[in-house]
Design a protein around this ligand. Structure first.
Ligand code: PLP
Length: 456
């Protein structure tokens, strides 16, 4: 087999110089974010106060191509872009499938996931506006460590609200954030009003991503020198992540293959949108009939068991309303190891595409995804993050469906991150101690009650 059929690296000169913004190409009727007080489309002003201005301008841009600033390109290169694209021939052989499986390596940067792709531009734009500090939330710490890395490189202060359960059980990423110079508080914390309220109800509150978002937003709103940064869900984040798919497209061209199926795991939806949207562009233009399949946890089944409605992005209802697939902003997420997939909603544009039938999704339990991760480790040699394990399971299923039907499909998936800081989940899987958390009808019912009723 020719070497280029196994792995394609792009040179730094071949890096895409523009991100892809899908918004102008979406089908008609993409629902705008709403102001929760007036239920009218949100004006950009409150967002301009909260986020870096350039990010909000990108979120309302009518251009499908957005230039990547030189400093951002340079920093992308410094931390490992362009990333490799590989073919998983050993996994194919193990499965006995005629399908060809390709994966894009987003694990190669110092923080180990795709998240620096948006952390870097967000830090860059914030710094350029003369703001001194960012606040953010993190679950297991992948987003926090990516933003801490970006803030170190652009000389910005950072405060991270980390869900208390992760703060206590996963100190590794806290160490990394602190090494980069970030200040990390367990959330709920005594630093904010909403944190104090939660602590009063329960001094040992385990926290949640929704609560940590509320704290980080409140902290940014109270501090004139600070802005807030979010690692997924928002349109501009998905645009930044398009670097994954744009590079992949060039690499697949060099391999002389156009993917029949593009897959990824979804927490807020950013890594999957990142790889998928440049290919979705061709489908929306009627040029290709690519299938798009997303994988989510059975424990947080936003797109498979949730509702497509306007909901808040955080627990304390400080954010605007976005129409998305959601299990409700007060949904009690079971403590699955894939903390990056524990968000109640999914990105509005991704939700819209799923609702229009242009994308599919499937849900999986912890044990089956870790079984798939182990198969991937044994065949391809990579220890995947528990989030990434979800798409690996979905890819194996689809490859086995191809085996049944004898179809030689090409499957491209995003290898969103490594699991070298998540070894506990591999241990627990081996020891048969992993729980198969799945949303029960009662949990879904309770979560759904928090979704606001918006008159049509
Ligand atoms: C955060 C994370 C995810 C999920 O986030 P998205 O915004 O849906 O991409 C997936 N994989 C890894 C490794 C992560 O760190």
């Amino acid at each position: 087999m020719a070497t280029k059929a196994i792995k394609v690296d792009l040179s730094v000169d071949e890096m895409p110089k523009k991100w892809y913004n899908i918004l102008p190409n979406l089908p008609e009727g993409y629902p705008p974010p709403l102001d929760p007080k007036t239920l009218k489309p949100l004006s950009p002003e409150p967002l301009l106060a909260l986020f870096a201005k350039e990010c909000i301008m990108q979120a309302v841009s009518k251009d499908s191509e957005i230039p990547i600033p030189d400093e951002v390109l340079e920093t992308y290169i410094r931390i490992g872009r362009p990333t490799p694209l590989q073919r998983a021939t050993r996994l194919e052989k193990h499965l006995g499938t005629p399908a060809k499986i390709f994966f894009k390596r987003e694990d190669v940067n110092p923080s180990g996931s795709h998240k620096p792709n948006t952390a870097i531009p967000q830090a860059y734009y914030t710094k350029k506006e003369g703001v001194e500090k960012l606040t953010t939330e993190t679950g297991a710490g992948q987003w926090g460590s990516a933003l801490a890395l970006a803030c170190a490189l652009f000389d910005l202060d950072l405060t991270v609200y980390m869900t208390r359960s992760s703060y206590l059980t996963k100190p590794g990423r806290k160490t990394i954030m602190e090494a980069y110079g970030a200040e990390v508080f367990p959330s709920p914390s005594d630093q904010t009003e909403c944190g104090k309220k939660m602590l009063k109800d329960d001094p040992n509150h385990p926290g949640s991503l929704g609560i940590a978002i509320s704290e980080a937003v409140e902290a940014a709103m109270k501090d004139e020198k600070a802005k807030y940064s979010l690692g997924s869900v928002l349109d501009f984040v998905l645009t930044h992540q398009s670097i994954i798919g744009l590079e992949s497209k060039k690499q697949m061209e060099i391999m002389d293959v156009y993917p029949d199926i593009v897959m990824g795991c979804i927490g807020g939806g950013s890594n999957y949108a990142g790889i998928a949207y440049p290919f979705m562009h061709d489908k929306l233009k009627g040029k290709k009939e690519t299938r798009f399949i997303a994988a989510e946890p059975l424990a947080v089944p936003s797109t498979t068991k949730g509702v497509y409605q306007y909901d808040f992005g955080d627990t304390a209802e400080l954010t605007f309303l976005a129409k998305m697939y959601s299990v409700g902003h007060t949904y009690q997420c079971p403590p699955i190891h894939a903390a990056g997939l524990r968000y109640h909603g999914k990105a509005p544009s991704l939700s819209f595409l799923i609702n229009k039938g242009l994308m599919e999704s499937r849900a999986y339990g912890q044990n089956e995804v870790m079984e798939a991760a182990e198969t991937f480790a044994k065949t391809e040699g990579f220890i995947a993050a528990p989030e990434t394990a979800h798409v690996i399971k979905a890819v194996i299923d689809v490859a086995l469906e191809c085996k049944k039907s004898g179809e030689e499909k090409s499957i491209l998936f995003n290898y969103s991150g490594h699991g070298l800081l998540d070894l506990q989940v591999y241990d627990e899987y081996k020891a048969k101690m992993l729980k198969n958390f799945a949303a029960t009808p009662e949990m879904l019912e309770a979560g759904r009650k928090s979704i606001p009723k918006i008159p049509a």
